[in-house]
Design a protein around this ligand. Structure first.
Ligand code: ADP
Ligand code: MG
Length: 375
């Protein structure tokens, strides 16, 4: 018992010592902080200190903001865009020609602001990336998130700084505002003050771009009717990017099946192409991906396998396979690690995948675009 009392006294004194050490450390930190603050205030009057901090932060922010907008084009060039021949031709003469043959535009106005509008998944974003690659231009992806700042008035200054930066840059530049309807919606009473100011600044900067020979502002939207009319009018060119027609869908199938086992069926696509009327490029891409994935998704339900000559297990597909005496009956999870192979993908998979896909764009939506174009 005495031993127990003795050892608890020792522990209590050790705890006291520890608490004392912690208090001492806190005191030392407090003293150091006071010293630093007094030294800083000796060097700079308080007002200057606060001011310099406020000035420094937005400047750094602007530099960071400009660098954060630079994007690496995801598409190699316009050759990677299927169909859209008319739009590609227009974009070539509007953007690539003035950059490659500037002498042609000495007495001609360069069109600096272009709006691409049309149903979702028709390749608008892809087109701009392809254009930036082809024009060897620096691509600046402008979005609300990289323009907005917590400092009052700084968001407009960000827009101004970015446009000024590209106007003075010696490189060719493409400023790209994707889904611009998020930026410049129709004015309404509920609109917040900061977004109104941001929009006004953007329109002001658009006017300043006019005449620049190597800077282009390209905006894209799926909902052109949501755009502020004043903003809409600022675009020197508005291009409708429609759903692909029959010939364009053929090119889309060719593009998406390139270097896949489905490539060999390219002479048998007519029925498929007819059945995909109303599909966007993105829907066609989903269809092909779906077909390529079907043999993989089937594996989970497969119960009968045949060993291949090179040591893999494959699902059985033909009636002849059933008669083999080396077939294995088990679940996918029972087979050894790395030993499974899918059955080959077939033309039929494209039709089966078609059953799983509903076109994204409805006939009513298309009418809305056509009405907008005809206005
Ligand atoms: N004309 C096209 N050429 C190549 N790919 C296309 C085309 N249209 C759509 N796509 C495919 O659809 C996807 C969506 O395209 P995207 O450019 O983002 O459409 P949008 O910006 O019009 O909504 C792309 O990833 C691409 O695979
Ligand atoms: Mg897009």
């Amino acid at each position: 018992m005495d031993n127990l009392i003795e050892s608890s006294k020792v522990i209590a004194s050790q705890v006291d010592l520890f608490q004392l050490q912690v208090m001492l450390i806190f005191k030392q930190i407090e003293t150091m902080q006071r010293e630093i603050t007094s030294q800083q205030s000796k060097k700079l009057p308080t007002a200057t200190l606060v001011q310099s901090q406020q000035q420094k932060k937005p400047e750094d922010e602007v530099q960071n903001m400009i660098s954060s907008t630079v994007e690496l084009p995801r598409i190699g060039g316009l050759k990677d865009i299927a169909g859209l021949w008319k739009i590609k031709k227009q974009l070539k003469s509007l953007v690539i020609l003035p950059l490659n043959q500037p002498q042609l535009f000495i007495n001609h106005k360069v069109v600096n602001s272009i709006l691409l509008f049309g149903p979702p998944g028709t390749g608008k974003t892809h087109l701009v990336h392809a254009l930036a690659s082809e024009a060897k231009a620096v691509l600046y992806g402008v979005s609300i998130s990289n323009m907005l700042s917590p400092f009052v008035g700084q968001s407009e200054k960000n827009v101004q700084a970015l446009f000024e930066h590209v106007r003075h840059s010696e490189h060719s530049s493409i400023l790209f505002i994707d889904e611009v309807d998020g930026f410049c919606r129709t004015r309404n009473n509920a609109e917040q003050d900061h977004s109104r100011r941001l929009k006004t600044e953007l329109m002001c900067q658009m006017s300043k771009l006019e005449g620049a020979s190597n800077v282009f502002l390209i905006c894209a939207t799926n909902c052109p009717w949501d755009l502020d009319t004043a903003f809409l009018r600022r675009f020197q060119k508005r291009l409708y990017v429609p759903l692909p027609n029959i010939a364009e869908r053929r090119e889309l199938f060719q593009l998406f099946t390139r270097n896949t086992p489905l490539e060999v069926y390219r002479n048998h696509w007519s029925e498929l192409i007819e059945k995909t009327d109303g599909f966007s490029g993105s829907d066609v891409s989903d269809l092909v991906q779906g077909a390529l994935n079907l043999p993989i998704t089937e594996l989970e339900d497969t119960k009968i396998w045949k060993p291949s000559e090179d040591g893999f297990y494959e699902p059985i597909v033909t009636a002849e396979d059933f008669n083999r005496d080396d077939i294995v009956c088990c679940d996918l999870s029972d087979l050894p690690f790395g030993s499974v192979r899918t059955r080959p993908v077939q033309m039929l998979d494209l039709f089966n995948s078609l059953d799983d896909i509903t076109p994204t764009v409805s006939v009513t939506d298309i009418k809305k675009y056509e009405t907008f174009v005809s206005k």
